[in-house]
Design a protein around this ligand. Sequence first.
Ligand code: SF4
Ligand code: SF4
Length: 407
Amino acid sequence: MAHSSQFDRREFVRKSAAAVTGFSAAGSFTACAGPEAIEEAARSVGMLSRRKLPQCGREITVLIGAGSWDKAAIEAGIRCGVNYWHAVNEWQSGDVPQAILRNREAHYCQICVDRVRGNHETGDIDDEEHCRFVREAVRRTGLRYFDDMQFHFGYHSVAEVKSNPRFVRAFERLKKEGLVRHLCMSQHSYKGNSRVPDGENAAEILTAVAEQGLFEHGQFIYSYGDSPSINEFVALARRKGFGTIAMKTTRGAGRMQRDAAFMKKFPPGTTPYHALARWLTTQTELNAAVIQISSLREFVDTCSGAGKAMRASDTEAVREMTAYANREVCRLCNECLAHCERNVPIADILRFERYAVDYGARDRARRLYGALDLRADACTRCGTCTARCSQGMDIARKLARAHALLS
Ligand code: SF4
Ligand code: SF4
């Protein structure tokens, strides 16, 4: 792996602050950070290493980018060789980076396709509607085609994997039209979800998908301190040649970084995002990971750790982050849901809380929260769910705080 320079975050921040006008009062690069700042960020990070996705053999960077990244971070990512872009359907016509449009074949652009006539729990898989959605996104973005068509949120159960061919059918139609090239999915957990009768957990569904052999790779929730079942799936996926990409990886890194008391005791010489990037790209069997990045500074902090070995300080950092996250950050496993008599959508609410608190996406989080049919104020604080939480989190307290933040 080629890295043009060793990372020193403090040094980077010092140099860049002097060189660039895009440095905000809050101490982070703004979306309009200038070309000089972007070049400096890219130089600080260097070129990211790549790994092959099994089956197709495409080489993608160990950390992939996302359509929701800060614009300056996307530009810096392109300079550092980031070549796989998740959920680019979030881009409006003017948002697509010129560097990607000019050199289209050098980038893998992924479109996320949702169920229709409802949300990820209640909606349908409908090949006609999915085709319409993809064709419109191709036209709007000007990308000409999408490399990867992703079934967003995935199947509800193993039975649905086996009995419902309509997503695969949509992919095959669009592939014949030259509008998509590869089939992939992201998978959430539906076990115990009262809105999804017979829902199963992500590892069970992903295992069935990998064994079926129609999808090339999958994204799933994965971070430090994760459950054995998903690690077993990652090992199986490797044997089956099914590609694996971790998502929702930060698990509270954003709030940790802003927690002065926590950071005061944090191991010197690293940061939560930096240690996370090292851990994800060297201590797991994943093909790649996506980390949400909200500023140019976060880009440097995070991506400069990609593919680099853990140091003692990073190991200690991940240990402390795990303890913090177990207290404060829902891992979205859905284990508690079946035990709430009020059917409060706990994991959805706490996912939106993560968007607001960790990604700084408060408007989006509020919009999603407002669209729920049942919100956190339906919680009676009975406490039943806490006994079922794999982390022993005080769920009622978390829900009350989320409601205050998002309503
Ligand atoms: S504390 Fe609230 S969320 Fe938990 S089981 Fe009781 S009502 Fe449901
Ligand atoms: S509150 Fe606990 S059990 Fe429920 S989804 Fe989050 S981590 Fe899992």
